[in-house]
Design a protein around this ligand. Structure first.
Ligand code: IMP
Ligand code: MG
Length: 179
């Protein structure tokens, strides 16, 4: 059990489960991009640990850049996406994979997808460690998904609750009796 601010979280995915799944995703990417170069676009802050562990297992030539979207507060999605900061012009003509921590309503990933597309990459795919299928409409398609999870707030392994919990090596879920 983990206590962050006023909320209690219980174990959900172990560090081992996360690492095993990332190895599978990396192998898929290495296969899918054989003979190509990849430009990873990592969405800060949440994806930084997932990005790092995935990136270390990429064997095709790989570039990386980090972007940031200001859009989310507390345990409920705010529903508004403001701005994508830091996207580099060098995505043009590259095979881009956007890397997110979690797709909830999908507003964030939809906004990033639109913005990166406007920069004319050679191809664009989306990766997310976590996805909440009960909430996400399914458009655009997420090409590489770590785990599909229920619509319940999670923390750890990069994901935070009000700034805390990102350093946990495993993922924890908000307890049943809390909202
Ligand atoms: P969306 O725009 O609703 O898909 O929300 C995506 C963003 O909200 C993610 O990048 C996270 O930063 C945040 N988020 C959504 N669900 C959770 C969660 O369960 N735990 C922590 N952050 C979350
Ligand atoms: Mg995020």
């Amino acid at each position: 059990m983990v206590q962050l601010h006023d909320k209690t979280f219980g174990p959900y995915l172990t560090a081992e489960e996360i690492q095993q799944r990332i190895a599978v995703l990396a192998a898929q990417i290495n296969r899918d991009y054989a003979g190509k170069e990849v430009m990873f676009v990592s969405v800060l802050n949440g994806s930084f640990l997932f990005m790092a562990d995935l990136f270390k297992q990429i064997t095709v030539p790989a570039y990386i850049q980090f972007v940031r979207v200001y859009s989310y507060r507390g345990t409920g999605s705010s529903g508004k996406v403001n701005e994508l900061m830091g996207l580099n012009e060098t995505v043009k003509g590259k095979h881009v994979i956007v890397v997110e921590d979690i797709v909830d309503t999908g507003l964030t990933i939809q906004y990033i997808h639109r913005t990166v597309t406007a920069h004319e990459p050679a191809s664009l795919k989306l990766a997310s460690l976590l996805l909440k299928p009960e909430v996400y409409g399914g458009n655009p398609k997420i090409d590489y998904i770590g785990f599909e999870i229920p619509n319940r707030f999670v923390v750890g392994y990069g994901l935070d609750y009000e700034g805390l919990g990102r350093n946990l090596p495993a993922i924890y879920q908000l307890k049943e009796n809390e909202v």
